[in-house]
Design a protein around this ligand. Structure first.
Ligand code: GLC
Length: 649
């Protein structure tokens, strides 16, 4: 059951899509409410052994107890397990203990969750100004999560090719660079489906332009790549370069579609293109206007995009510049970097939206910006006859209806791999099913071992993308030694792809998270509920990723008798294992996973990309009798249970 309670002036975020009955604030269960200077504080008492799951992208443990999280979307690329703010804010969590609740703090501004960090017996949530609090109750936390997924609406489903392997790097400058990458993968025999185009493809980092010197005939190039089975995925940034004569900026100014500063002039902040204007995505007419600009790219045959810098990231404003008297270049150097030392600032109190006709300071609605940008793109892309791919850096609950996300700029270290392992299920239970991290790490230089272990987790991640910063050493898989390890791990992704795709779509259709903590399925198992580094993928599989440097053997806990699959170089071997603790061993080219008792999954054969997937070669593994396979042409918008076929052993 769900009830909602309003505190302060309600702001409509459209995160929840069904009508929920409002109850009077006095009836709010669990929390005591205090009004403290510009803040509303909710205090809830914990009992011994209570656990908390959720909070989406936040870094830290799966069980969120013991830390403070500040949900205020932030462009900060140095993450650790202690980081408090990330690129997206997802204010939903479930409390799992003697009493079970789900709470969604629907508030577009800053929300702070003190999960029994300051006081070991208290959860303390502080909200600025206003919140609509949704309270979900049920017998099991999994039931509560499923109910939450019902009220926020179905997740978007990208085309099948978006589940293939994707290569990206900030710094592929021209057609030749991209062709080289595709060649590199093909020669190495490593499967690949798509390549991302970072800001370098644009003319001076201006959205919806193409640098003609670098890409003389982008439409032709798109076509040519498609013929080779490769899709291109260009980036679009939130900030529109402030420049007279640039049609997107001219139009935005003329129509009054940009956010305003305190003097009522279009607000300017510096991002990659230099000073930029920020579309007021909170307004439907602005979303429509900006979204339709994608036609420039879709007309060239493109149907996959990533949208970025939409917290929004602002390096500095004109005022900052005056204050700091820093020297700077109007246009960043070839490598896209500014001399911004010391001047990077947020400045979120310095500009305004026209939200439902009310002048609203950005700070108060900050966490919605990336979400509304995704909505802008998604609403346009939804008018296309077939499915599209979209993933955003910043997000809020509701973003999942328009696209997926990646977890932003991480770093090439083991801690960042572990961070993602915990983000994945936490995001899925907040609706965001199509998620991924920069495999190998974005900044710093990756290592072969780290990349391979990250890829092995990537096999079970809907968005599987290797991406790196222009300052990092190249990390395309074909550049490393012993390529058979890369063929092996990425090859497994393709062998499992019919299963992965099927589980993804079935999760969307039935409103369940794709990846989940063991605690959701084995809630009575005292060891399983504490398990922090194993996950359930779909309804049949448990994964136990290797995420520590040098580790070739690790402990796993199996909550039931299972079938262990040891995979290496295209071959699978099966061993029956019993409930309890075990040690597993896997070298970097190998992957171990488990199939639940009385279940089975389809596994196919190695192929070079999704166009080559051969559904006729699927075989069922596991000791179940049948599997319900979702299968379609990979593009249709007609996603329905009718596309499920029963495979029998
Ligand atoms: C941001 C993005 C990163 C991208 C870079 C250049 O840092 O998070 O993925 O490569 O901008 O566009």
């Amino acid at each position: 059951m769900v009830k909602k309670y309003k505190f302060g002036k309600h702001f409509n975020t459209d995160a929840v899509v069904v009508d929920i009955k409002e109850d009077v604030a006095e009836n709010l269960p669990y929390f005591r409410v205090l009004n403290v200077e510009n803040e509303i504080v909710f205090k809830g008492l914990l009992s011994e052994g209570d656990r908390v799951y959720g909070l989406g992208e936040n870094s830290g443990r799966l069980n969120r107890i013991g830390k403070i999280y500040i949900n205020y979307n932030t462009d900060n690329s140095f993450h650790s397990l202690n980081s408090k703010s990330m690129y997206g804010s997802h204010n939903f969590f479930v409390l799992d203990g003697k009493t079970k609740y789900g709470f969604f703090f629907d508030s577009p501004g800053r929300v702070v969750f003190d999960m029994a960090r300051t006081n070991r017996a208290v959860i303390d949530v502080s909200v600025q100004n206003a919140v609509t609090l949704y309270v979900l109750t049920g017998d099991t936390v999994y039931g509560i999560v499923k109910e939450f997924l019902q009220i926020i609406g179905k997740s978007f489903v990208p085309p099948l090719w978006a589940f293939g392997f994707m290569q990206s790097r900030w710094g592929y400058k021209n057609e030749r660079d991209i062709r080289e990458v595709v060649e590199g993968y093909k020669k190495a025999g490593i499967p690949i489906d798509s390549v991302c185009m970072d800001i370098d493809y644009m003319d001076r980092y201006m959205d919806f332009t193409v640098n003609k010197k670098r890409f003389p005939d982008l439409a032709g190039f798109v076509h040519d790549m498609k013929a080779q089975g490769i899709k291109l995925v260009p980036i679009i940034d939130a900030g529109v370069k402030a420049k007279k004569g640039y049609s997107v900026d001219d139009e935005g100014i003329k129509l009054g579609y940009f956010c305003l500063d305190k003097n009522g002039k279009p607000f300017e902040g510096a991002v990659w293109p230099g000073f930029a204007h920020f579309p007021d995505f909170l307004r439907p007419e602005v979303r429509k206007w900006f979204g339709e600009k994608f036609k420039f790219l879709t007309d060239m045959g493109l149907d996959g995009f990533w949208i970025d810098m939409n917290e929004p990231s602002i390096f500095f404003t004109r005022d900052d510049l005056k204050k700091f008297m820093y020297k700077f270049n109007k246009i960043p150097g070839e490598d896209g970097r500014y001399e911004t030392k010391g001047v990077r600032t947020s400045n979120y109190k310095g500009f305004y939206h026209n939200a439902d006709g009310i002048n609203t300071v950005h700070h108060d609605v900050h966490n919605m910006y990336g979400y509304e940008m995704a909505r802008s793109a998604g609403e346009y892309l939804n008018t296309l006859p077939q499915r599209y791919l979209l993933f955003s850096r910043s997000s809020y609950i509701g973003s999942h209806r328009y696209g997926g996300i990646w977890t932003g700029d991480n770093a090439s270290n083991w801690e960042n791999l572990e961070i993602f392992l915990k983000q994945l299920p936490s995001l899925n239970m907040c609706g965001l099913q199509y998620v991924g991290s920069d495999i190998g790490g974005f900044s710093l230089n990756t290592t072969r071992e780290l990349l391979l272990r990250w890829l092995a987790l990537g096999v079970f991640t809907p968005l599987m993308r290797n991406h790196a910063a222009n300052t990092a050493k190249h990390q395309e898989c074909y550049l490393f030694e012993n390529l058979e390890d890369f063929r092996s791990v990425i090859g497994l992704r393709y062998m499992l792809l019919p299963y992965i795709y099927s589980e993804y779509v079935k999760a969307v259709l039935s409103g369940e998270p794709l990846v989940k903590p063991l605690a959701f399925m084995y809630s009575d198992d005292k060891i399983a509920v504490k398990c922090e580094d194993e996950l359930m993928f779909g309804n049949e599989v448990i994964i136990a990723p290797f995420y520590k440097k040098g580790e070739k053997t690790r402990k796993v806990y199996l909550p039931e008798d299972m079938l262990q699959i040891d995979y290496a170089y295209g071959k699978l071997s099966e061993t029956k294992v019993s409930k309890g603790e075990h040690l597993i061993t896997a070298d970097v080219g190998e992957v171990v996973f488990f199939i639940r008792d009385k279940k089975c999954i389809p596994i196919g054969v190695f192929c070079r990309n999704t166009e080559e997937l051969d559904y006729d070669k699927l075989k069922l593994f596991g000791n179940g009798k049948e599997y319900k396979l979702y299968k379609d042409d990979g593009y249709t918008k007609n996603i329905s249970k009718k596309n499920i076929v029963i495979m029998k052993k």
